[in-house]
Design a protein around this ligand. Structure first.
Ligand SMILES: Nc1ncnc2c1ncn2[C@@H]1O[C@H](COP(=O)(O)OP(=O)(O)O)[C@@H](O)[C@H]1O
Ligand SMILES: [Mg+2]
Length: 303
């Protein structure tokens, strides 16, 4: 099956700033594809180009086999987008936010109401049906935005930072629904600056910074290739401890007050380290995408 999104040498410039800098990728039908990167990486800019609301500066971008510049209306009709900002209509209640949105797609009123009620149930908002937007929690607003993105039964669901700022419980609910949508066979494109979110949800992802891709692939594969299976972490280690770890010939990164030792022998190194530096707290944990980012850039994702 052909990819649902094809980008070749895609560029977006805002005057002097190159927000998206010659990126190439394919998104396959039925996968969850992620753009992971810090603020300002260019994630939302890519989304807005796919969504046909921001013109491409150069390069090729096709969505569902159609070129974005030539077929914006047809493409928009088949996408469901949950934008980064909560742009719900404060003058309408919860269900009206969905039914009024359905009108953009020319859906008859009774069908819109039926679909809206299904989606409120799906996103666990049915009890909030008649509530005004200002009375919703942050998590409920995000769920409503996701529900709204599904109103037209889209071929591709695009979620721009679906859980930013939410508490763990609200995030897990959204993750669970995203997985459900995937099980139903939908294609999902998401952006996030949370490495755990990307790792948990994405089949494939790109790590993005300054408009470019640092790496792409399946999360576990990337971790295995770049980091290995485990990481030793030492908290508030002094210079002597750092010198010792480096002298072991291991790859060591520092991020704020932590040292990270990347080695497949990190369990043995940690045991020895604890004997030599009993006052420094250290531990061995499973490697994550955060470590991939740190190793690729020398910086943490949230620095
Ligand atoms: N409309 C705009 N005009 C000028 N610069 C913009 C505009 N939108 C985004 N940018 C800039 O483009 C870069 C990428 O932004 P964005 O795509 O929003 O990143 P992300 O979503 O990864 O945080 C940032 O430096 C941002 O300031
Ligand atoms: Mg963004």
């Amino acid at each position: 099956m052909p990819p649902v999104v094809v980008a070749r040498d895609l560029v977006k410039k805002y005057e002097d700033l190159t927000a998206v800098d010659h990126i190439t990728f394919d998104i396959k039908r039925g996968e969850i594809f992620g753009f992971l990167g810090p603020n300002g990486a260019g994630k939302s800019t890519v989304i807005r180009m796919i969504q046909c609301v921001s013109p491409v500066t150069s390069g090729r971008l096709e969505v569902l086999g159609m070129e974005v510049g030539a077929h914006p209306r047809e493409i928009k009709a088949r996408l469901g987008v949950a934008p980064q900002d909560n742009n719900l209509d404060p003058d309408f209640n919860v269900v009206q936010n969905l039914t009024s949105y359905a009108r953009y797609f020319g859906m008859p009123k009774d069908q819109a109401v039926r679909r809206a009620d299904e989606l409120l149930k799906f996103m666990q908002l049915e009890e909030k049906r008649k509530v005004m937007i200002e009375k919703l929690s942050g998590g409920m607003k995000r769920r409503l935005i996701v529900a709204r993105a599904l109103i037209n039964d889209p071929d591709i669901i695009i979620l721009d930072e679906p859980t930013t700022g939410l508490d763990p419980q609200a995030r897990h609910l959204i993750w669970e629904r995203v997985r459900q949508l995937k099980r139903e066979g939908r294609t999902i494109v998401l952006t996030t600056h949370y490495m755990d979110e990307a790792e948990q949800l994405c089949d494939r992802l790109v790590i993005m910074e300054h408009g470019r891709f640092l790496m792409e692939g399946a999360p576990r594969r990337m971790i295995a290739d770049v980091v290995g299976d485990c990481v030793m972490e030492a908290m508030e280690a002094d210079d002597a401890a750092e010198r010792y770890l480096r002298s072991r010939g291991q790859q060591v990164e520092r991020s704020a007050d932590r040292l990270y030792v990347y080695s497949n022998e990190c369990r043995a190194i940690n045991q020895e380290f604890r004997r030599l530096y009993p006052d420094v707290y250290s531990t061995v944990r499973t490697a994550t995408l955060e470590d991939v980012f740190l190793r690729l850039t020398g910086r943490g994702l949230r620095e």
